[in-house]
Unconditional design. Structure first.
Length: 355
């Protein structure tokens, strides 16, 4: 039998109120299924729509019907943080309110069978533990600008944590100076731990917002210490600059074209900051094909007809990098808005499939 958990000031956020609207909801364990929870929207006032994050990897999607009742299944016992997000009359990310409650499920569903891994899956990090798995990831640290005049200091894990089956990388403001070290963040790499040559790589993530943010999901050649950059090759699966909201980029960097002359393209993605999307690349001996959400939604294809070390350093192992930069030569073109912090990039999983 599931346990009803009631909110206290120490376990739940306060109900978020303002003169125009409130964010609020009720929940109850289903009377016939102790692993199913039913949700009722109790938000009031002048708001446009709302969305539940059920805390188990599922979301309701945005709902304009204010009487909508959500339902979610929790097969495993444990505590889950369910959150409702409400958008106010101006329909901006600044005009939103959230309210969170903790749900406790007291028993596993004995009849539940975990889904089989997708065919061809050879490695993944689902972020289902309680902390970052150091068998997969190393934190690179420092505030030296990282070759791009970036302003953040990358810490040794202080800006990354696991919550509800997701990796949360948080960029924080230290001071108002907008100089190197004025912000902290995380840069996580699989170098020397998980490296791959060819395959289909997919990362499901939700991006931060605001002028000055520069998150990236990318790969570098594992031989970078021997041949340096760009000879090692760089595969930018997803790059985003906050001053250009809802535009995601995919780019390749090689000795034949790098930095501002990299070979890439971009696509408009209206909910890049509000919703999770899948960012992928299909990497074969002949080409790199980047896509968003589905393999037929292609952002860019890189396939030089005649391959050599200058244009195709992609026949050797590469490792993953997940980072959230602040400012810099691209992310900081329009400066940094200090009012936006903290900002997060949430990652649901990183997966590699054989072809």
């Amino acid at each position: 039998m599931a346990i009803f958990t009631f909110c206290t000031l120490s376990s739940c956020s306060e109900k978020n109120e303002s003169p125009s609207y409130t964010a609020d909801f009720d929940w109850a364990i289903d009377s016939e299924n102790p692993n199913q929870v039913n949700f009722t929207n109790k938000s009031e006032g002048e708001y446009l729509y709302f969305e539940w994050d059920y805390g188990n990897g599922e979301e309701s999607g945005t709902q304009t019907d204010k009487t909508y009742q959500g339902t979610s299944f929790y097969p495993n016992k444990g505590q889950y943080s369910a959150t409702i997000k409400v958008w106010g009359p101006t329909n901006t990310n600044e005009d939103t309110k959230t309210y969170t409650e903790t749900i406790t499920i007291s028993e596993d569903d004995e009849d539940y069978i975990s889904p089989e891994p997708e065919e061809g899956l050879i490695w993944s990090d689902e972020f289902n533990g309680t902390s970052v798995d150091l068998a997969n990831w190393e934190f690179e640290t420092g505030a030296g600008g990282w070759g791009n005049q970036e302003l953040q200091n990358y810490t040794d894990g202080d800006n990354a944590h696991i919550s509800n089956g997701r990796l949360i990388i948080t960029a924080k403001k230290v001071d108002d100076n907008k100089t190197a070290g004025s912000y902290t963040s995380s840069r996580m790499v699989t170098k020397g731990l998980q490296e791959f040559t060819y395959g289909r790589m997919e990362i499901r993530a939700k991006l931060p917002e605001g002028t000055g943010m520069w998150p990236a999901i990318w790969m570098l050649g594992a031989n970078i210490s021997e041949v340096s950059w760009p000879a090692c090759g760089e595969i930018d699966i997803m790059e985003y600059v906050g001053y250009q909201p809802n535009i995601v980029h995919s780019t390749v960097h090689t000795p034949s074209g790098y930095a501002g002359n990299g070979n890439g393209n971009k696509i408009t993605l209206d909910t890049a900051e509000e919703e999770f999307h899948t960012y992928g690349v299909i990497w074969t001996e002949e080409s790199l094909t980047f896509y968003v959400d589905t393999q037929d939604n292609v952002v860019h294809t890189y396939a030089p007809a005649v391959k050599n070390s200058n244009n195709w350093p992609f026949n050797k192992p590469h490792f993953f990098i997940l980072n959230v930069a602040v400012g810099g030569s691209w992310g900081g073109v329009n400066g940094v808005d200090n009012s936006i912090f903290p900002q997060t990039m949430e990652v649901d999983y990183v997966r590699v499939y054989e072809l």
